[in-house]
Design a protein around this ligand. Sequence first.
Ligand code: NCD
Length: 310
Amino acid sequence: MLPTDRHLLAIEGMLPPQIAPLLDLAESYVLLNRTGTAPRERLRGRTLINLFFEDSTRTRTSFELAGKRLGADVITMSVATSSVNKGETLLDTAATLNAMQCDLLVVRHAASGAPALLARKVEAAVINAGDGTHEHPTQALLDALTIRRRRATLEGLTVAICGDVLHSRVARSNIHLLTAMGSRVRVVGPPTLIPAEIERLGVSVHHDMRTGLAGVDVVMMLRLQQERMARGLVPSAREYFRFYGLDATKLAWAAPGALVMHPGPMNRGVEISSDVADHPTQSVIREQVEMGVAVRMAVLDVLSRHGANG
Ligand code: NCD
């Protein structure tokens, strides 16, 4: 997202001079949130529409909170209640939103590229809140902020992204962001869940958790996204956990004090054990949620300055 960009559709193509200032701004929002002093006039008079064609709990509420903390009028439309169920096309929806003079549009959709398509048709600034298996840019930004606050920098860190990389937009956005910021990224998972040619994105591939986790600074677990699997790519949840689930034994292969992350929602006992997910010092999963609000405030703030009425 360049200072002049109107939308946030992907991390791919973003460079450190665009990423770092966004994280800095988000960092300032963390403090403002903690002291309850966020500037409520920042988005006063602006309309933020959350358009969710797919389920979401934390991303949707996080964008709602972010908008409200900055004083925007926030409306959430979910597919269950919108006329999309009556067959309205994405482009008709866009026309409706234009007529409503929406300033900021947050979109989650099962089809990769849907937010980009909408961005060409609406006057609002569009933020991709997850499109198919493509990208989830604010998740990568909040993950980066979480790591940076704990480790001071992203440069030179080794991060293992583990599990269902094939179906994960979180993994893709994180790979782009972390490699751009100078981290070394390993992807770890069974061959059926690692996309072909992923090495082209500048990552190394491991099919064994012991070698994949050896000495890493951060272990990022992914949800097994069974709803996206056309056929059984894993034999059983029990077997998956045995080989690829993060438990205390496997975590001990990482660097001492390595951070444990998960974007949520977690399948406890499938990709992560409860003792590791709730580890008092190493798990930063709750912090990720807190950083999510701050990051989304920063994104809304920056994009609102360049929107149609900016
Ligand atoms: C992720 C998503 O929807 O892509 N969740 C989230 O935004 N917190 C990951 C997932 O669904 O597994």
